[in-house]
Design a protein around this ligand. Sequence first.
Ligand code: MTE
Length: 366
Amino acid sequence: MTVVSENQKHPDFIVYSETPFNGNAPLAFLVQEFITANDVFFSRNHGTIPQVNKDDFRLTVNGMVKQQKSWTLDELIGQFPKVEVMATLQCAGNRRHELMETKPIPNELPWGAGAISNATWGGVRLRDVLIAAGFDRKARHIAFSSLDSVQRQGKTFGFGGSIPMEKAMLPETLLAYEMNGEALPALHGYPLRVIVPGYIGARSVKWVTTISAQMEPSQNYFQQRAYKIFPPEVGPDSVKWEDGIMLGENSLNAVICYPTEDEILATGTANVLGYTLGDGHHLVERIEVSSDEGKTWSRAKFLSDTNDLWAWRLWEAEVEVQPGTTHILARATDTAGNTQPEDMQEIWNFKGYANNAWHRVKVQVT
Ligand code: MTE
């Protein structure tokens, strides 16, 4: 599988694993542009990258529908209105590396804070397609299956997952065929992917081929096992999988992208840059940065006035640093007054998901 050359990622793109292909841009790249270019957009894959021939592609809607229906890509484009939605995708494993430093998390990728990117997605509304298939209003979940090939527990199957019907019916939930005005790159789901703004990236299923209206969530491994959250005391030996919470919405997060870990700063005023992402229900209103372990905080300013539920916000702050300064901290607050947990121990979980503790970056000051 020659994923990288076929997909032309930027030469500075950091590849964590080639097969399956996983990587992200350096953090400094992320805060350069509000819209992340396709060649630096992070990518998270659990299996193969299917090379799909558009002429062979069909999207099928089945399950609790009047009649099973299928569309080619051109039929979807021709029959349903095109919509564009700006949405940030964040992997639930973003910032896992910090959790791993608190307590080991074996067999999971040690993502830093770069498993996040923002794009404008073009496509058709999932709800328009469901309505055209005559879905049964009693159905509670919409499940997605895809064309890739993943190996787990001695079996080979396609990635999948589901979202509640309420989210499927909201106008922001898309079947996208464009990413930043171009056809989806193969790596990001060509020819068609789901985009679920405000939800963990795992629900935005790539290479989607079947959509099913059903009473229960998807039975796919990535809905029933992976992407579930457990309390800190649960481990792989004590886990009861049915007790886990299936992750849906993102959690409020703020990350420092500059300075990076172990950066050497001069005594005086330090410039701090970062991103923040809300929980998909509330707007982020305040970012604060501290250079004295949280005793005092300075307020950051947002780099643009755009504030919507689905897209990140980039921000900039100034803090005073001196030779005794060891860390710079950041935290966000949203319009409901929600803020981030200070202590990573409280939110540690054995799969390493949804780390949104105060972000701490170690620095050296000369
Ligand atoms: N869809 C399929 N078919 N296979 C996958 O492995 N990974 C999911 C999601 N959709 C995945 C998938 C996860 S975990 C994330 S975070 C996002 O895709 C990443 O999307 P990207 O690679 O376009 O950034």
